[in-house]
Design a protein around this ligand. Structure first.
Ligand code: HPA
Length: 251
């Protein structure tokens, strides 16, 4: 495992400019919105590739927010550099996911206890079996407590981190196959980043959690409109930020 020097190929921030807890939406514009809407005194710390990173405070706790980009390779790069070079302790992904089974409904939050994947990311570890990427239990249990406290609608369970948004089979999502294959195993939702984040956290002995809003449903074909996305996004941010503020930032 290499430890990239600072600045890393993708992050130009000074080492101390990055908080020990980082929230990661997929979208750089989202990162900017989160920082400017929810953080106190946000300061721009990264602008490479337009991947804006900010550090500020939330309820007095230092928190950074920086985009992961889309997909496991991109999440893999940013979370690796944050853990290895910047000594980040906690990364919380905040994203969207497609519902895969009836247990989850549009707008609900999914707290990803585990992340199955169709990607080859784990092959780098040369294990003689299948690794099960899981969330940090401390972050997970705190997030559940926050969700209960606010009476958010949420589910805790497995997600699928897929490499493919569009597939050959049905044009966009391979919805039927995903629902049949993964839904039958109780996998709640499909997204594209959590498994890489959980594997990097495991390899570096750090903590990670992914929280997703169900923005579309593969069984029903429903999708959130812009206004509903905004509302549920605010719930997800409250969940992630209160979790971030409550964790031990040095552990
Ligand atoms: N597939 C992959 N990622 C997603 C989806 C999906 O259906 N919906 C939201 N993120």
């Amino acid at each position: 495992m290499i430890v990239p020097a600072i600045p890393t190929p993708h992050i130009e921030a000074e080492k101390d400019a990055v908080a020990k807890t980082v929230l990661m939406p997929g979208d750089p514009k989202r990162a900017e919105f989160i920082a400017k809407t929810f953080l106190t005194a946000p300061v721009l710390i990264n602008d490479i590739r337009g991947v804006h990173g900010y550090t500020g405070t939330y309820q007095g706790a230092p928190v950074s927010v920086m985009a992961s980009g889309m997909g496991m390779p991109s999440m893999g790069i940013y979370s690796y550099e944050l853990y290895a070079a910047y000594d980040v302790r906690n990364i919380i992904r905040v994203g969207t996911a497609g519902g895969l089974c009836e247990r989850v409904r549009l707008r609900e939050l999914v707290i990803a206890q585990g992340a199955c994947t169709d990607s080859n990311y784990a092959s780098q570890y040369h294990l003689n079996g299948t690794f099960a990427p899981i969330a940090d239990y401390g972050l997970l249990s705190k997030a559940v407590a926050v969700a209960e406290n606010h009476q958010f609608k949420y589910c805790v369970g497995n997600v699928l981190s897929t490499d493919m948004f569009y597939t050959d089979n049905d044009g966009r999502l391979d919805s039927e196959t995903s629902v049949n294959m993964w839904g039958k195993m109780g996998v709640l939702a499909v997204e594209m980043e959590a498994a890489a984040l959980y594997m990097n956290a495991a390899r570096f002995g750090r903590r990670a959690l992914a929280v997703c809003t169900i923005s579309d449903h593969l069984m029903t074909g429903e999708a959130l409109d812009a206004l509903s996305r905004e509302r549920t996004f605010t719930d997800m941010m409250t969940l992630a930020l209160e979790t971030a503020a409550a964790v031990n930032h040095d552990a």
